[in-house]
Design a protein around this ligand. Structure first.
Ligand SMILES: Cc1ncc(COP(=O)(O)O)c(C=O)c1O
Length: 354
């Protein structure tokens, strides 16, 4: 249920754009001129607004601070060589934030509010989409409980917002090594692993810090018995053993990545042999030992595809070979070509901003 869905727009008077050095950006540190806001109260979504990006007042008792009712999305806008701006499979992000909201007992966001808000905001802040392959405007839709009250119950007031940050390639030139978790878990059967609940990320920071101390940038999460590989940090993971590309099924503990789903389609189109099935730690470590583990890479919106250069497990470490024509390079280039509109988009994955 909604009231008036026309977006009330207040434009910024002085854009911050000219003050930003776009060649030297740390990920997510600078925000575009505007933000989108839509509140939910009295059982319905209120009139959406776009305002200048600015801090906001919140009561200390807002439930999000106490019970973590919050979920988010991550997506990007890409600029092609004609300066046209494109979104990539935005309805998938809408569906996923609705799924996360439902699981956290928050209201689902009407498609019209999500899609209109997103397109209007990106259109207004188009100049913030940095041109060049690998560069983009990272878009962060998020929803959180605003109702005041410290009793542990779902709130009856929420805020849905979208903010944007210009980005250059994530993990640029980074060496990403992962540690297979033999103790900590990210998700549980029947839990919230398949959602983008904010708390999933909070809970992953401490184990990631411990892995960092041992020289690993990310944790390769495993199931609760630590026998099967699930995903890494904020990425789904793919393994190439021999000529077969493997990834775990996006079940109730794993986030169903939009990049993962797209890469599986592109791998099929390229006639690569793919298998979506449970991947055991024993199988990966054995393949690392006998040299058949040729590639490991993470996939996600922020990172696109990141080759993993080494794997650690219970005190052992294996470095991965650097391949000339890796599956990672091939698939990344096919995906970027679609996102940056340099090839035909035969699956209708992209949406042009007006
Ligand atoms: C836990 C986790 N897994 C996987 C992904 C990759 O998902 P996507 O490809 O939709 O960005 C993300 C990023 O959103 C994530 O946070």
């Amino acid at each position: 249920m909604t009231t008036d869905t026309t977006i009330k727009i207040t434009k910024i008077t002085n854009s911050n754009f000219e003050n930003i050095n776009l060649d030297d950006l740390a990920f997510g540190t600078v925000y575009s001129d505007h933000m989108f806001i839509c509140d939910y109260k009295d059982g319905k979504w209120q009139q959406p607004q776009i305002t200048p990006y600015q801090p906001m007042l919140m009561a200390p008792s807002s439930r999000v601070f106490h019970y973590g009712q919050a979920a988010f999305e991550g997506m990007k806008a890409y600029k092609d060589t004609n300066n046209d701006v494109w979104l990539f499979r935005p309805e998938e992000n809408w569906k996923r934030i609705c799924f996360s909201s439902m699981r956290l007992a928050m209201p689902e966001i009407p498609k019209e509010i999500f899609m209109e808000g997103l397109q209007t905001l990106v259109e207004m802040d188009k100049k913030w989409v940095i041109p060049g392959k690998g560069n983009a405007l990272y878009i962060r839709p998020f929803i959180f409980a605003t109702q005041e009250g410290v009793s542990a119950a779902p709130a009856n007031q929420y805020r849905f917002m979208i903010i944007c940050t210009p980005v250059q390639g994530y993990y640029k030139n980074a060496d990403v090594k992962v540690k297979i978790s033999d103790h900590y878990s990210r998700a549980a059967n029947g839990g919230v692993g398949a959602t983008k609940a904010a708390g999933n990320y909070a809970a992953s920071f401490y184990p990631t810090q411990k892995a960092n101390e041992e020289g690993y940038q990310q944790v390769l999460w495993t199931n609760s018995t630590h026998e099967y590989i699930e995903e890494a940090g904020t990425m789904n993971v793919f393994f190439r053993i021999g000529d077969t590309l493997l990834t775990a099924p996006a079940d109730e503990r794993i986030l169903a990545g939009i990049t993962r789903k797209s890469l599986l389609q592109l791998a099929e189109d390229a006639n690569l042999k793919t298998e979506v099935r449970k991947i055991s730690v024993a199988e990966v470590t054995e393949a690392a030992k006998n040299g058949t583990l040729l590639e490991v890479f993470g996939s996600g919106t922020a990172a696109v595809i990141i080759p993993i250069t080494g794997i650690g497990y219970k005190g052992s470490h294996w470095d991965l070979p650097k391949l000339e024509n890796s599956y990672a390079t091939q698939l990344k280039s096919s995906l970027l070509d679609i996102q940056y509109n340099t090839v035909e988009d035969k699956y209708n994955w992209t949406l042009k901003i007006k």
